[in-house]
Design a protein around this ligand. Structure first.
Ligand SMILES: *Cc1c(COP(=O)(O)O)cnc(C)c1O
Length: 453
C-alpha cells in the first residue's frame, strides 16, 4: 500500500468555493502524468521549471480543426502562425499535418525556410518587411500581404527594379462590431482605403493580386464578428471580379479563435464559455458559400489559427520554493517560475493542478513567482491544497505565446520537452546557460580589470 503523506494538524478557515448551478467546482484533481509520462520523472530528468508539449494533442487539434472546416467548405488551407509558438519541432509537426507557414518578420520567414517550407507556401504578414526581405520573398514566390501604402509603393518600385511580379494580397481592417477596433494593421474597408489599394495593385504591371487577408483580433469570443469579416472580404472579392474581371484565389481570415483558457476577470471558466471551432466554421462558411460565387471561382479559405491549436498542448511544470503569510493573513506560495516564464499570466487565470493528492484541506492563496519584482504574480487568488516547499505543480494550456514571448529577465529560460506520439521525450529547446547570455556581451578593454580585491 502506498504510504500516505503526513499531514500536520492545523486549524484554518475552510473554503468550499461558491455555489453555482453546476454545484461546487473543484479544480483540485491531481495531475500525476502528462500523456503517460510521470510528472516527477520529467522534473527529475529535465529540471524545474519545465515546459512540456504533447505532440499527440497538437496533431489532434489540427486534424480536428481541418475536419471541421473541410466538411463545411471544399477548399481550406491552414497556415501555422509562427509567433504563437515558433519552436522548430512544433512548426514541423504543423507542416507535417499540411499547414503552410504564416510569418510576421524576417527572422520568422527564415525560420520557415529552414524548416523546409517551400517559399510559395509562406505567407508574409506584418507591418515590418525590409526591402531585402520583400525582394527575397518575391523571388521565392511567397504570398506577400501588404500592410500599408508605404509598403505598397516600395513593393511596386522593388518589383519594377528587379523585374519581378510578386503574388500579393492586402490586409483589410474593418468594423466587425468588436471594440476597440483593430485598425492599425492593413487598409480600412469602410472608408474606401482597401478598395483604393486594390485598384492601385490591379493597375500596376508589377504586382499580381491573388487574395485578401484580415486578422480581426485575438481571443475573439464572437463567431458573428467572423461572419462580418467574411462578408466584407467576399464583397471585395466579388467587386474585383465585377469591375476588373479578375478572380481572386483566396480569402484569408487570419487567426484569433480563442483557446479554452480563462481570461482574467471572467465569471465562468473559459472551457464553459468560449464558442467551439464548429461555431466559427459555421459562421464563416455560411457567408462565403451563400455569397453566390460560381463554383469554379470559389476562393480558397485560408486560416492562420494560432492559440486554439497549441494552447492545450503545452504544460508548465514547477516547484514550490516557499510559503509565507502576508500581512493580511493570506497564504502566499512562491513558485520557481514567474511572469518572465509564464508571460500569459498577465492575461489568464491559468488552471493550476497539484501533482499528488493532498487530502481535502484547501485554502485561498496567492501564487508568486521567484522574481524580485512586485509584478511577479502567477495567480492573484486560487484555492489549492496546502503545498509545501519542494511540491510540484502543473500549469495548463500554456502552449501559445509563452515560448515566444517569455522574457530573459532575472532567471534563465528553462528546457522545453516534447512528448512524442509513443510517449518518448525529446528536449526541443535546451535550458539557457550563463554562457549563452555572455556569448552576446562584450566588455570594453578599459573595463576588463576592476580594482576590488
Ligand atoms: C498573431 C496572428 C495570428 C494568430 O493569432 P491567434 O490569435 O493566435 O490565432 C494569425 N494571423 C496574424 C496576421 C497574426 O498576427
Amino acid at each position: 500500500m502506498e504510504k500516505l503523506r503526513y499531514e500536520r494538524p492545523v486549524i484554518q478557515k475552510m473554503s468550499t468555493g461558491l455555489m453555482n448551478k453546476f454545484g461546487t467546482r473543484t479544480e483540485n484533481v491531481p495531475v500525476t502524468h502528462i500523456e503517460s509520462v510521470p510528472v516527477k520523472k520529467l522534473i527529475q530528468e529535465y529540471g524545474s521549471p519545465l515546459f512540456v508539449i504533447s505532440e499527440k494533442q497538437i496533431r489532434r487539434n489540427i486534424q480536428n480543426a481541418t475536419r471541421i472546416f473541410k466538411t463545411r467548405y471544399p477548399k481550406v488551407q491552414f497556415a501555422w502562425s509562427y509567433k504563437t509558438n515558433y519552436m522548430d519541432a512544433v512548426c514541423r509537426i504543423f507542416h507535417q499535418e499540411g499547414s503552410w507557414a504564416e510569418v510576421v518578420s524576417g527572422f520568422e520567414y527564415e525560420k520557415a525556410l529552414n524548416n523546409g517550407v517551400p517559399g510559395n507556401k509562406i505567407i508574409f504578414n506584418g507591418p515590418d518587411k525590409t526591402d531585402e526581405q520583400l525582394v527575397s520573398a518575391a523571388r521565392n514566390n511567397s504570398l506577400i500581404h501588404i500592410d500599408h501604402f508605404d509598403e505598397l509603393y516600395s513593393l511596386i518600385r522593388l518589383s519594377a527594379e528587379n523585374n519581378l511580379k510578386p503574388r500579393v494580397a492586402i490586409r483589410v481592417n474593418m468594423d466587425t462590431g468588436i471594440y476597440p477596433k483593430w485598425d492599425r494593421f492593413g487598409f480600412n474597408f469602410e472608408n474606401g482605403q482597401a478598395w483604393n489599394a486594390i485598384t492601385r495593385i490591379i493597375n500596376s504591371d508589377n504586382l499580381d493580386l491573388v487574395g485578401l487577408h484580415c486578422h480581426i483580433g485575438t481571443f475573439m469570443l464572437s463567431p458573428s464578428a467572423y461572419a462580418v469579416a467574411a462578408t466584407k472580404l467576399s464583397e471585395l472579392t466579388w467587386n474585383v471580379k465585377e469591375k476588373f474581371n479578375k478572380v481572386l484565389q483566396y480569402i484569408d481570415l487570419g487567426g484569433g479563435f480563442p483557446s479554452a483558457n480563462t481570461l482574467k476577470g471572467a465569471y465562468l471558466p473559459g472551457s464553459d464559455t468560449i464558442p467551439s471551432i464548429d461555431q466559427f466554421a459555421d459562421a464563416i462558411t455560411d457567408v462565403i458559400l451563400g455569397y453566390g460565387f460560381k463554383q469554379e471561382d470559389l476562393p480558397v479559405l485560408i486560416l492562420e489559427s494560432g492559440r486554439v491549436l497549441i494552447d492545450d498542448a503545452g504544460f508548465l511544470l514547477g516547484t514550490v520554493l516557499a510559503n509565507k503569510r502576508l500581512s493580511d493573513g493570506r497564504r502566499a506560495t512562491i513558485l520557481d517560475f514567474g511572469v518572465n516564464t509564464l508571460f500569459t499570466a498577465f492575461w489568464y487565470d491559468h488552471q493550476i493542478s497539484t501533482t499528488q493528492s493532498y487530502g481535502q484541506h484547501t485554502e485561498e492563496m496567492v501564487l508568486y513567482g521567484p522574481l524580485c519584482m512586485n509584478i511577479d504574480v502567477v495567480r492573484e487568488s486560487i484555492t489549492l491544497p496546502l503545498l509545501e516547499k519542494g511540491n510540484h505543480v502543473v500549469v495548463h494550456k500554456v502552449g501559445a505565446y509563452n515560448m515566444t514571448q517569455w522574457m530573459q529577465f532575472i532567471t534563465l529560460r528553462p528546457n522545453i520537452v516534447l512528448i512524442d506520439n509513443e510517449n518518448n521525450t525529446h528536449v526541443i529547446r535546451k535550458a539557457e546557460t550563463l554562457e549563452n547570455m555572455l556569448s552576446n556581451e562584450q566588455v570594453p578593454e578599459y573595463l576588463k580589470n576592476i580594482p576590488l580585491k
